[in-house]
Write a protein of this length. Sequence first.
Length: 320
Amino acid sequence: MNFLFLVLGVVLLTVGGEALIRGALAASQRLGISPLLSGIVIVGFGTSAPELVVSIDAALNSQPDIAIGNVVGSNIGNILLILGLCALITPLAVKPLALRRDAATVITASLLFLVLVLAGGSTLGRVDGVILLIALVTYLVWAYWSERYHAAPSAELHKAEAEELTTLPKSVGWIVVAVITGLLLLISGSQVLLMGAVGIAQHFGVSEAVIGLTLVAVGTSLPELSISVIAALRRHTDVAVGNVLGSNIFNLLGILGVSALLQPLPVHARILQFDQWVMLATALLVLLFLYTGRRISRLEGGILLIGYGLYLGLSLTEFT
């Protein structure tokens, strides 16, 4: 039953996330919001919505290991699993100038997480949550200002992200239905998924941190996976990479910021010793791939997928 709860939770989160994104994008079009702002905010927040509701739910239910593990594991999986899979579909040729700011921000956000955790005695407190949210607002203002007024190359990338989803509700009624349905499915899906995840952890005698970093993280990353795979199949490779980088920024700064603001989050020892360093290393690795060859080749995609397999193996054997 716990596995069924986990699968059902993932399905509800995935469908809810898709409905919310499509409803929000349709609403932004009717309100005359630019594709640029929609791509930066709606797609970025929307694809991270499952992570957001699961981590908030876990934080409020005193399950900090799942709240933090979900974010750290999602960021690792986004790069190693999603970009690796997309690169196997088609080599991910990119314009480094268009991704420079977001790639640098992912690394900066990862470093900020490390510094706050170490400075806070292995706990993300409410002050840390405020710092993370201020960093997110600063990034959003910087992104919009630089692209709106300086015609930055990344502007076209964010516009393309907003235009990647083509089937949107047309009438006001269907837009409202999509948004409300999406939110309800996200909330119910998070509760069902957490029920299954905790049950699995207890049954197999592994920590909630391991479940959060693996099963929960992969489940909540499915919206990023679907949009990036669609973009790769359409040969919109900049969008596939940009979507992952944007999601990682929102995960670290937005989701952990809100979760820590609601409830101080002690960080599990294995995340301190292992996972946070893997997260930083993967961010540096993808930056290296993008800047050396201006693409992620199929070989490099294979390396990323092998790396994820090794990470999962170590997670389930050495760091339980």
